[in-house]
Design a protein. Structure first.
Length: 400
C-alpha cells in the first residue's frame, strides 16, 4: 500500500493536494479493482487508505475535523479515484455526499454523529418508503431502502420517508438520520456493473428517528436547511443539484480512463485482417477524436454546474428553479456524452475489449450502470428544463 504523507484529518488541505492524494492512490485501487468486483464490495484496504488520505472527510464540517470541501473539489477527487476503480470512486463520493447531507442538519444531530466519533461516515438514499407512524418526539419507520452505496463502510444513513398525519395521510416528505446499527443490511447487490460498490439494502423494522434528526425534504433540497452554522457555506448549497452531481463524478473518471487506455494501446495494436496499426488508421483517429471531445464537453458542463453551486453558496444565494432545472438537464446530457464516448472507444479498440483481462470491459460495464441511474435519465431532465423555460410550474422530480 502506498505511503501518503498526510496531515491529520483535522488540518485543512488544499483542493489541489486532495486531488493529488487521490491520484497517489490509483495504483492501489487499480490493483484491488478485480477483488472489489469479485467480493461485491470495496476492500477494507482501500477504505483505510482513503481515510488516511482524508478523502472520506470531504463532507464533514471542519468543526469536527473534516475538510468541508467544495462540491467542485468533491467531484474532482471522486473522478480521480474512479480512473483507477470506478466502484471505489462511486462509493467515496456517495459517502462524502452523505456527510454533506448530514452537515445540513441541526447542531444537536451533528454532535450526535461526530462529537464522540469524528471519523463517522454516512451513506443513504432519498427514495421514500411508506410504513411510517408519527409518535411522541419523532417517527417510527419500517421498510427497505435499496441501492445504498457505501453501506458496508459507514455508521449512519440518511433515509427518505413520507411525513404523515395522525390518520396516516401523507402531508410532506422527510429525510432522517439513523444509525445503521438500528437496522440490518440485506445483501441484494447482484449486478453486472459497479459490482464492487456493494450497494445493498438497508432494512429498518420499527426504528425510531427523533425529531431533531429529521428535516422536511423539499425545503432542504431548495437550500432551507436546519444547521445553525450558516457561516459554513458548503451546507448552504442547493442540495437538489448536488445530489445529482454526486452521481456523475465516477463517470468522468471512468471515461477518462477508457480514453487513456485506448489511446496508449493504439500504437501497438493492429487492426484485424489488415497490416495497419490502429494509430495509423484515419477511421480510428476520427473515433478517438470524437470520444475525446464528448468527454471534454461533459467535464465543461459538470464543472460549470459545480462552480455555480459553490459560488451561490459562498454568496449566501439560493439557485433559482430554472438554474436548478438546467443543472439537472446538464447532468443527463453529460452522462449520455460519457457513455457514448466509452461506446465509441470500445468500438475503436475492438473485440479484444471483452477479454476478462482487459480493464476496458469493466469500465464499459461500470459506466453502463452508472449512466442509467434514475437521476441521469436525460429525457426527464430535458422535460424539466423545457417546462422551466416555458414558465410551467410543474415539478416532476423530488431532487429539484
Amino acid at each position: 500500500m502506498p505511503t501518503i504523507e498526510s496531515a491529520p484529518v483535522s488540518r485543512q488541505v488544499s483542493p489541489a493536494e486532495l486531488v493529488h492524494r487521490a491520484a497517489e492512490l490509483q495504483p492501489l485501487l487499480a490493483a484491488n479493482a478485480g477483488r472489489a468486483e469479485a467480493d461485491r464490495r470495496i476492500p477494507e484496504e482501500n477504505i483505510a487508505a482513503l481515510r488516511q488520505a482524508g478523502l472520506l472527510s470531504l463532507g464533514i464540517p471542519r468543526r469536527f475535523g473534516g475538510q468541508e470541501a467544495t462540491i467542485r473539489t468533491q467531484i474532482e477527487v471522486a473522478a480521480t479515484l474512479s480512473e483507477a476503480c470506478g466502484a471505489t470512486g462511486w462509493v467515496a463520493q456517495n459517502i462524502n455526499g452523505g456527510c454533506t447531507m448530514a452537515g445540513t442538519f441541526g447542531d444537536r444531530a451533528q454532535r450526535e454523529i461526530w462529537e464522540t466519533d469524528p471519523d463517522a461516515l454516512l451513506c443513504g438514499t432519498m427514495a421514500p418508503v411508506k410504513d411510517v407512524v408519527r409518535v411522541d418526539g419523532g417517527w417510527r419507520i419500517s421498510g427497505k431502502w435499496a441501492y445504498v452505496s457505501g453501506i458496508y463502510h459507514t455508521q449512519w444513513a440518511y433515509v427518505g420517508f413520507p411525513m404523515v398525519d395522525s390518520q396516516g395521510e401523507q402531508i410532506d416528505l422527510a429525510v432522517g438520520l439513523v444509525p445503521i446499527s438500528d437496522g440490518t443490511v440485506e445483501d441484494t447487490w447482484h449486478v453486472t456493473g459497479l459490482r464492487g460498490t456493494g450497494s445493498s439494502t438497508l432494512v429498518l423494522d420499527n426504528a425510531f428517528i427523533p425529531d431533531h434528526r429529521v428535516q422536511r425534504a423539499l425545503p432542504c433540497i431548495e437550500g432551507e436547511v436546519a444547521t445553525e452554522h450558516t457561516e459554513e457555506t458548503l451546507y448552504q448549497s442547493s442540495l437538489g443539484p448536488v445530489q445529482t452531481l454526486v452521481i456523475i463524478s465516477a463517470q468522468l473518471g471512468l471515461a477518462r480512463s477508457a480514453l487513456k487506455l485506448v489511446r496508449e494501446a493504439a500504437p501497438k495494436r493492429r487492426i484485424t485482417y489488415t497490416s495497419r496499426l490502429q494509430a495509423e488508421s484515419a477511421g480510428f483517429q476520427i473515433q478517438l477524436g470524437d470520444a475525446a471531445l464528448r468527454i471534454d464537453s461533459a467535464h465543461l458542463h459538470v464543472f460549470r454546474a459545480a462552480d455555480e453551486i459553490d459560488t451561490a453558496a459562498a454568496r449566501g444565494e439560493k439557485l433559482p428553479y430554472e438554474r436548478r432545472a438546467l443543472i439537472r438537464a446538464e447532468c443527463g446530457w453529460a452522462s449520455d456524452l460519457l457513455r457514448g464516448a466509452v461506446e465509441t472507444l470500445v468500438n475503436a479498440h475492438g473485440s479484444g475489449t471483452f477479454a476478462e483481462s482487459n480493464r476496458l470491459q469493466r469500465i464499459w460495464r461500470d459506466i453502463g450502470i452508472a449512466s442509467r441511474h434514475a437521476a441521469m435519465t436525460s429525457q426527464i431532465g430535458y422535460e424539466i428544463l423545457g417546462k422551466a423555460l416555458l414558465g410551467r410550474d410543474e415539478r416532476p422530480m423530488l431532487v429539484l
